[in-house]
Design a protein around this ligand. Structure first.
Ligand code: G6P
Length: 584
């Protein structure tokens, strides 16, 4: 969803910005660019596509200067073209801007500026903002930034430069923005991880706060232009955050990280969570409502199963739907927000809504200083380590485990021995490559399961479509005959998942129905049950039901990964997607 960074200080500014851009590339890779101030002039460099293209373009160019801002884009307004690539300059060339977010009222502002004679080279909302700053430039630069951005509706993290001085001006609403002092100046970024190794602490901008950053200082302001004391936090990386990898892709590394990530999450929860406090907090709760997006939503569905199992009525919603559905929010419901990044705009908006209604909330997140953690009452952490590949893997497994532990804690059920056994016993299975050919030789792919295996089917289907672009879908076994069976023929592959003993015979019926229509069946199961004729069985280790959703998905994550690689795609950077969706 776009990443922004900047630096003021001494050193090779081009290299510093490029290094940080690579760290932020998970936020979007449609285009990238940087603006650097040198000799009272701002020079802009841009490239469409991944950061490596910009890197190549700048290889033999000497760029001096000691103040610059940079951007990696996930296109929202306007196609992924060079004109739409950030940074954008104001008409008079004095101001440069990079932006993460969406300006909702940009069209009315654009029309107002057009009427005044401003010209626009791009279709972006961002170019409107930089010209609005120029239009307000009759006071000090920070005041010009404040008065212009006060007129904006929507979300933004903005880094702005002015050709007259080595200063970066910052403005923030909803989208994240951080500032850190380093040994040779100041850095700004959308993500704390760009500060790893060069700073031990950083400042977090809050909504409608501003900053003026020079090589020597960072000064923070409120909307009235009054100086304020910023919130400071530690910059810590975990042992799982190692960015240098042996594997060809981050996604493969992250799948291999799963056992370690599960162990780390379990031990971290054990050592940081006060169980009595959680139970006291949950006293009087009659219902649980889980909210998330994408893979985190699927983890929420697994969580709902765990919570229902311990006797808590639980609903689970996609955040973007919950947000506008006018659900009754009540004080006897516990709201659990699940988000790897803790920055997803729709999930954040729901959390804010629940907080405004003064209802109880918990966040299951993987990023300590994420925005959502500051909104909810209690943070229930996962410590999966940094996830770089856009398609989430290890975070999902850890979110499911966190839900299991939370459900047990809420009902005072012992969970330690089972978790210890999982951590001790589990190892990533060897991948069976023949599965890739089965997928490639099919025209259609369906995933079929029942009970909580349907959630695994949904997550497996999401993984496959995200990184292989194969049109596939997941269906509850009982629903097969209510429509989807019409699509089954000899070019159809149905991946069936069954870990639930009490409905194994029902799944066997589904398999008969598919085989009678000449569909191919690959069965993933933990059970010793006679399912009848199938094309292939992948036997999985069982964890006596409790942890089956956590482990059964792993070979299916592998399946998506190896198919993507076989098809010649980069599984880490699927087209049109981004890791962190900080816009609505
Ligand atoms: C994006 C990512 C998904 C992720 C979803 C929710 O769509 O590509 O992998 O599941 O956002 O992200 P969150 O950080 O809230 O878990």
């Amino acid at each position: 969803m776009c990443g922004i960074c900047g630096f003021v200080g001494t050193g090779n500014i081009k290299e510093i910005l490029l290094k940080d851009l690579y760290q932020l590339e998970y936020r979007g890779y449609d285009s990238s660019g940087m603006a650097i101030r040198n000799n009272h002039k701002i020079s802009v460099f841009k490239s469409v596509g991944e950061i490596s293209y910009l890197d190549k373009q700048l290889k033999n160019i000497e760029i001096g200067g000691s103040c610059g801002i940079a951007h990696t884009r996930w296109a929202t307004h306007g196609k992924a073209t060079l004109e739409n690539c950030h940074p954008h300059l104001s008409n008079n060339g004095k101001w440069a801007i990079v932006h993460n977010g969406i300006i909702e009222n940009y069209l009315s502002i654009k029309n107002m500026l057009l009427a005044k004679g401003y010209k626009f080279l791009s279709q972006t909302d961002t170019e409107v903002v930089v010209n609005l700053i120029q239009d307000n430039d009759n006071v000090s630069p920070i005041r010009a930034v404040i008065s212009a951005t006060k007129k904006l509706q929507g979300s933004f993290a903005l880094a702005i430069m002015n050709s007259e001085r080595d200063v970066i001006y910052l403005a923030k609403r909803t989208s994240p923005l951080y500032v850190a002092k380093t040994s040779n100046g100041y850095k700004i970024s959308s993500d704390i991880s760009t500060f790893f190794g060069c700073s031990n602490s950083c400042f977090i901008l809050q909504d409608d706060q501003y900053a003026m950053v020079t090589s020597k200082s960072a000064t923070f302001f409120n909307q009235n232009g009054e100086k304020i004391k910023p919130i400071e936090c530690d910059v810590k990386s975990s042992s799982l955050d190692n960015m240098t990898i042996k594997e060809p892709h981050y996604m493969l590394k992250e799948i291999k990280d799963i056992p370690m990530a599960l162990s780390s999450t379990y031990r971290h929860i054990m050592s940081t969570i006060d169980e009595d406090k959680i139970r006291k907090f949950c006293k009087g709760i009659k219902k649980v409502c889980i909210i998330g997006c994408g893979t985190a939503y699927h983890a929420g569905l697994v969580g709902a199963n765990y919570l229902e199992k311990v006797g808590l009525h639980t609903d689970c919603y996609v955040a973007s739907e919950f947000r506008y559905a006018n659900h009754k929010i009540d004080k006897q419901t516990l709201y659990i927000f699940v988000s790897q990044s803790g920055e997803t705009a729709d999930t954040l908006a729901c959390a804010q809504y629940v907080r405004d209604k003064k209802c109880k909330s918990i966040a299951i997140t993987n990023v300590v200083h994420s925005s959502i953690n500051k909104i909810v009452n209690i943070v229930f952490p996962t410590t999966a380590g940094k996830e770089i590949a856009v398609a989430s893997t290890k975070a999902y497994n850890c979110q499911c485990l966190a839900f299991y532990i939370l459900a047990c804690i809420m009902k005072k059920i012992k969970y330690q021995a089972k978790c210890e056994k999982l951590i001790k016993d589990y190892s990533i299975p060897k991948f069976d490559n023949s599965l890739v050919s089965a997928i490639k030789n099919s025209e259609k792919v369906f995933f079929v399961g029942r009970d909580w295996d349907v959630v695994t089917c949904n997550e497996a289907s999401l993984k496959l479509k995200e990184i292989t672009y194969i049109n596939c879908m997941a269906i509850a076994g009982g629903e097969l005959k209510h429509g989807t069976l019409a699509l089954v023929d000899d070019k159809t592959l149905v991946i069936v998942i069954c870990t639930r003993e009490h409905i194994a015979d029902k799944i066997a019926n589904c398999i008969h129905e598919i085989k009678s229509r000449r569909g191919k069946v690959i069965l993933f199961t933990t059970l010793d049950f006679d399912f009848g004729e199938v094309d292939k069985i992948i036997k999985l280790k069982s964890y006596k039901n409790d942890f089956d959703p956590i482990t059964t998905i792993i070979p299916l994550q592998q399946l998506a990964y190896y198919t993507s690689v076989d098809l010649g795609y980069n599984p880490d950077k699927p087209r049109n997607l981004a890791k962190s969706v900080t816009v609505e």
